[in-house]
Design a protein around this ligand. Structure first.
Ligand code: UT7
Length: 314
């Protein structure tokens, strides 16, 4: 096999919806500021007893069921997460246990918000190399555990959830070459402070400027590497951090007027490594991205890091 493809998607979000009005009662903020500066209206917050592994397994179970494969077909499980507190067994191993996947290689991957696209690339590489025929790639986060609920500049951004993809080896390379990298001179621009009681912190304006000025050209590289023009894209799913970043970044990509742009940040907030597969899975489920269409995935964040690729919708 010379390539791989996404064959099915799934997602999961916790029941509880946290609105901007709810946040007004918690910190000195207001709905108008949050909507104007971020576009966010709501986010989902997991209960105390709903873990990253619970959400990852729920999303993965849906993707696996939609793929028509059996658990024994899955040779690799990778969970991208930066919020899981349980390190061993890995979240991926816990997912394999719950889904009764008998003998897959299982590991977690932390590349912060760029984690899912990074994991998708590494799974694509593994399948191309013949290390497995089918893989589960999951982004799952409980960012509410990392939120400083006294810091209005960051707690209003974060949400919980998971998205998953089943990918299979194929003759055609329907997961395009990855464009990925990092700028370690800006390590601290997005960070978790205090390793034992970690809390999310960032230099918001610096990250905003970086994302809107330097990343459009890198996102376009993912298209070049896949051999398609940005005007050929049917959809663009970027990291869901801020609607203003999504609008600015996609405006610079020179897209078709009818391109579908993921704006799940409005209802889900920033779910870090879960944001891209969550938004993609929802668009496909709603029929907004039909089968067989080229879609740019592009994520960025802590590191500072980025990763993206063009996939063909399942
Ligand atoms: O996922 C990881 C990657 N991260 C990102 O992509 C995030 C990129 N950055 C951003 O999305 C934006 O910078 C934020 C949404 C984080 C912040 O928006 P901003 O427009 O850059 O606001 P700011 O930090 O410059 O703050 C402007 C003002 C300040 O008040 P003063 O100093 O001008 O009086 C803040 O104290 O807004 C104030 N402020 C708030 N006011 C009401 C900050 N947070 C809030 C709030 N409600 N929640």
């Amino acid at each position: 096999m010379s390539g791989s493809r996404v064959v099915a998607l799934g997602h999961h979000q916790p029941e509880r919806v946290l609105t901007n009005a709810d946040l007004e009662k918690m910190v000195d903020t207001d709905d108008a500021w949050i909507r104007q500066r971020t576009g966010i209206a709501t986010r989902r917050i997991a209960s105390a007893d709903e873990s990253v592994a619970d959400m990852a397994a729920a999303a993965a179970a849906k993707a696996l069921a939609a793929s028509g494969l059996s658990p024994a077909d899955i040779g690799q499980v990778t969970v991208a997460t930066c919020s899981a507190i349980d390190r061993c067994p890995s979240i991926a191993a816990q997912v394999a246990n719950r889904l009764q996947i008998p003998a897959a290689v299982c590991f977690d991957l932390n590349n912060a918000c760029a984690g899912f696209c990074t994991a998708l690339a590494t799974a694509d590489h593994a399948l191309r190399a013949g290390a497995a025929r089918h893989a589960l790639v999951i982004g799952a986060e409980k960012m509410s555990d990392l939120a400083d609920w006294t810091d209005r500049s960051s707690c209003i951004l974060l949400g919980d959830g998971a998205g998953a993809a089943v990918i299979s080896a194929s003759d055609d390379a329907l997961i395009g070459p990855v464009a990925w990298g990092s700028d370690p001179t800006r390590n601290n621009a997005v960070r978790l402070v205090d390793a034992w009681q970690p809390r999310f912190a960032q230099e918001g304006q610096a990250v905003f400027r970086w994302a809107t000025s330097e990343l459009p050209a890198i996102a376009a590289q993912a298209c070049e590497r896949a051999g398609i023009a940005t005007t050929d894209l049917a959809g663009v799913v970027t990291h869901q951090a801020n609607l203003r970043i999504i609008e600015a970044l996609t405006r610079k990509l020179k897209l078709r007027d009818d391109v579908v742009i993921a704006r799940d940040v409005v209802e889900s907030g920033n779910t870090s490594a879960a944001s891209v597969p969550l938004a993609l899975s929802k668009l496909v489920e709603r029929g907004e991205l039909p089968s067989g269409r080229p879609v740019l995935l592009f994520a960025f964040g802590g590191g500072l890091s980025w990763a993206g690729q063009v996939i063909t919708t399942p």
